[in-house]
Design a protein around this ligand. Sequence first.
Ligand code: O7M
Length: 212
Amino acid sequence: MAELLLALDVKGAEEAIRVSRACEGELDAIKIGYPLILSTGMGIVKELAKSNIPIIADFKVADIPNTNALICEEVFAAGCSGIITHVFCGSDSLQAIVDGAHDHGGRAFAVCEMSHPGALDFLSGANAERMAKMAKEAGADGIIAPATRPERTEILRSIIGNSMKIYSPGVGAQGAQPEDIKKYVDGIIVGRAIYESADPGKAAHEFRLRAL
Ligand code: O7M
């Protein structure tokens, strides 16, 4: 049984609130990222969090440890309960995010293998496996691994074990189905197939049932 995370990559507060309200009761978390935050500012987090849903900041952080720690301070002060980081900047940068999240009572997730075709250039294969080991060693709460390549996500699961979560994008618009991936992961991340739907609440409900 996998959770359902909405990738709320819409622009503007009005649209974000419309979609999130329509999906109320169907979601386990909302993932926000640059499209929403650059169009609204971080104030949207407190607005969305009013419905008591965890908000995960997908900033795919990739910087030096000090900057990563400063980013964590802002993300958690804004009301987020999780943050997503890249791993390829190295173990010290990764550790700054994990420690920054935990110091603020939040969770840290590490991108290990991406879902799009271009991920095969770098963010896959042996690199991804190495990054999964690094995420485990750093004490991250979970990793991001692709629904579009379930066989790869299965390998990453074998590296991190069952005590860490896997959240998996690629379901819906990128072609993967919940049934392809749910047995390997703790949550599926769905964006366009929900927020571009004529009835986002109904679409979320259907994805939630299919992820069970
Ligand atoms: O369902 P979509 O394709 O509209 O949206 C997928 C979301 O997942 C979108 O927010 C992407 O930025 C994100 N994502 C990927 O699609 N692929 C990845 O490999 C990683 C992510 C992600 O969420 O990383 C944390």
